[in-house]
Design a protein. Structure first.
Ligand SMILES: *Cc1c(COP(=O)(O)O)cnc(C)c1O
Length: 380
């Protein structure tokens, strides 16, 4: 442990194993490990390298800057797709760095063509179709507005239209009727683009949930994110172990202080927790500035976010502050300053999903929100 009193330990063997497990689910497709948002808080470059070792042949990022950071760090083997950008994005740099680009709107065709001419080489493009998510992507009835200019640009060598892709609205509810409906819209869009003259290399629509639950939509490439990190995208159907996944991150801190207080002691801002007996309190040096949700505060009658300390499961006592929160360790507890508290990791200890349940969110948000102040340490 560094001298910082908290750390997120990231097990790269778990990343490798999770990617290998996902490749097993999608044995007819290639795997794109999605490493956007600093690899869901786990650390972009170490995770990307481990994912490639685990069998990923593609990496996916949202922002172009994330893709460029991978190339700048020497991640040169895998294909990389960046899919979210606004006018002014460094597209020429992306093309020079051999990054594939999504095109999700007519304006982006022009921007990519200009950037390709500047770069002096053709841009590999994946056309994003909005098959029903209602987010980014070209509506099916507007495909011509993008396909026609893309194929013109392809004829002059500025672009290569290598992919058609989309994203589900309800992949985490595999039986939802929109899943099948989006699949049909996707198939029709692929046919239309091919009929217009494109020779596609990859068709892709499956995120983690669809990779794990819907083989029919694996196509040529799957794009798992959350499952790479060993978390379940369908917690109502099963935890990570049900899918052969292992959570990669363990978040832990060392107690900054322990002290004995009497009954009736109000704890932390606004005294939302009051001791009901003489007890020992412990201060954990992580707070909302580190991404510990303030909604994980203990409220009257309910302990907050779960932690493991000395083999016991406790909940946060009172409000989460910017840099710290408090635990009621119990009368006679023998914890001392410096003892380790685990916030989340692998079951049977508390998990990121447990934190998500306490705070009314999804495990994605628990790991991605962890602050830059917490050192990431890599094992295996
Ligand atoms: C984030 C993202 C993914 C990965 O989603 P998971 O649910 O984490 O597997 C795949 N595709 C797109 C377009 C995304 O934005």
């Amino acid at each position: 442990m560094s001298d910082y009193p908290a750390r997120a330990v990231v097990d790269l063997a778990a990343i490798r194993g999770n990617v290998a497990a996902l490749a097993g689910y999608a044995s007819t497709a290639q795997v794109m490990a999605v490493v956007k948002a600093d690899a869901y808080g786990h650390g972009l470059v170490p995770v990307a390298r481990a994912a490639v070792e685990g069998g990923a042949t593609w990496l996916g990022t949202a922002q172009v800057s994330e893709a460029l950071a991978l190339r700048a760090a020497g991640v040169v083997g895998p294909r990389i797709l960046a899919w979210l950008y606004a006018p002014g994005a460094p597209l020429r740099e992306a093309i020079e760095a051999d990054v594939d680009l999504s095109v999700a709107a007519p304006w982006a065709v022009g921007a990519v063509v200009v950037a390709a001419r500047e770069a002096g080489r053709s841009a590999r493009v994946h056309l994003k179709v909005d098959t029903g998510l209602g987010r980014n992507g070209v509506m099916p009835d507007a495909l011509d507005e993008v396909v026609v200019p893309l194929l013109e640009a392809q004829a002059e060598g500025a672009v290569e239209l290598v992919g058609v892709w989309s994203h589900f609205a309800f992949a985490d509810e595999p039986d939802h009727p929109t899943v099948r409906a989006q699949e049909d819209v996707f198939d029709a869009a692929v046919r239309a683009v091919e009929a217009a003259g494109a020779h596609l290399e990859v068709r892709h629509i499956a995120n983690s949930a669809a990779t794990l639950t819907r083989p029919a939509v694996h196509y040529d490439l799957v794009r798992p994110g959350l499952a790479v990190y060993g978390l379940s995208p369908v917690p109502q159907l099963g935890g990570p172990e049900a899918f052969g996944l292992t959570p990669a991150m363990t978040l832990e801190a060392r107690l900054a202080t322990v002290k004995d207080v009497g009954a009736g002691q109000g704890v932390s801002y606004a005294h939302q927790y009051v001791t009901d007996r003489a007890t020992r309190l412990g201060v954990v040096p992580l707070g909302y500035a580190d991404g510990i949700p303030r909604h994980a505060s203990g409220t009257p009658g309910r302990l907050g976010g779960p932690v493991q300390v000395g083999g016991r499961r406790l909940g946060i006592a009172g409000r989460v502050c910017m840099d710290q929160f408090v635990l009621d360790l119990g009368p006679g507890a023998d914890e001392q300053a410096g003892d380790v508290v685990t916030l989340f990791g692998r079951a049977p200890g508390p998990t990121a999903q447990d934190w998500a349940d306490v705070t009314g969110t999804i495990s994605y948000e628990i790991t991605t929100r962890l602050g830059a102040r917490i050192p990431r340490e890599y094992v295996n």
